[in-house]
Design a protein around this ligand. Structure first.
Ligand code: PAF
Length: 282
């Protein structure tokens, strides 16, 4: 595996691979890789001849009071994991390489899609994500790029951006990867104490209960949301940021459940703010 830190070198290596007729798969990450990330790498390896993984903790997607400095990092461990998976390139640029002095260009997906769910409690977050993902796409020029469905809103925003800006690649959303007991994998799970880790299970449990109720015929969005909120409130210190049911494609709120729906939630369980979701065809 080549570890590359500059855009110039990355471009030249990808160019050579493409010259040989290889297809390029790309998995953008912020590092501290867990099995969820590795499942994205596995999808990319399966579909492509040449796989690039990036590790970059992107400052522009963190708000002022968020955990940029404390965000967990383990480049040595990550490198080992990627080498074991036979990844071709690890792109690991510095902040200066990505945002040189005088940097002033941003990509913003406007409207509803970035104003709801995580967008309303993390203003500017998706502008940072859209900007860095555009830059990475321009650097790697992948045929296929892989994103976890745990960040469902991020996937929708990126799909919209790719469509609106006529970017020439496929976005491949990949299923949420859960721990055996159901907790969605996240780098932020490492912030959980032992007790919080147990209590955090209410998030996935409430979603699976909601799924059952919908399968049994419930179609009123508010009733499902109330059920989820009641379940989460059994953990008295959990702070709900949002529990919403939206149309999976437009992210508009819906009152009656039909079509492709997304049940999404964000909850602070102790220090970390965790997100989870479930996409269903009703
Ligand atoms: O999902 C993430 O880890 C990040 O938002 C991404 C897509 C790597 C952009 O920084």
């Amino acid at each position: 595996m080549q570890i590359i830190k500059t855009v110039k070198e990355l471009r030249s290596v990808v160019k050579s691979a493409k010259k040989e007729g290889k297809t390029v798969g790309f998995v953008p990450t912020m590092g501290f890789l867990h099995d969820g990330h590795m499942s994205l790498v596995d999808y990319a390896k399966k579909d492509n001849d040449f796989v690039v993984v990036s590790i970059f903790v992107n400052p522009t997607q963190f708000g002022e009071n968020e955990d940029l400095d404390a965000y967990p990092r383990d480049v040595e461990g990550d490198t080992r994991k990627l080498e074991n998976r036979d990844v071709d390139v690890l792109f690991f640029p510095s902040v200066e390489e990505m945002y040189p002095h005088g940097y002033s260009t941003y990509v913003n997906v406007e409207g509803e899609m970035t104003g709801v769910l995580c967008g309303s409690s993390r203003p500017g977050h998706f502008k940072g994500v859209a900007t860095i993902v555009t830059k990475l796409f321009n650097m790697v020029s992948p045929d296929n790029a892989y994103f976890g469905q745990k960040d469902a809103q991020q996937v929708s925003v990126i799909e919209r951006m790719v469509r609106d800006l006529n970017m020439d690649l496929n976005i491949i959303p990949c299923p949420i990867f859960r721990e055996e007991d159901g907790l969605a994998m996240s780098s932020r799970n490492t912030y959980l104490s032992e007790q919080e880790r147990k209590d955090a299970l209410v998030l996935s449990q409430s979603l699976f209960e909601a799924k059952n109720r919908i399968e049994q015929g419930e179609r009123i969005s508010k009733k499902i949301i109330d059920g989820i909120v009641d379940k989460i409130k059994t953990i008295d210190y959990a702070i709900i940021d949002y529990v919403e049911i939206v149309d999976a494609l437009t992210l508009n709120k819906i009152e009656t459940l039909e079509g492709e729906i997304l049940i999404a939630l964000a909850v602070k369980v102790g220090k970390p703010r965790l997100i989870d979701n479930m996409r269903l065809e009703v």
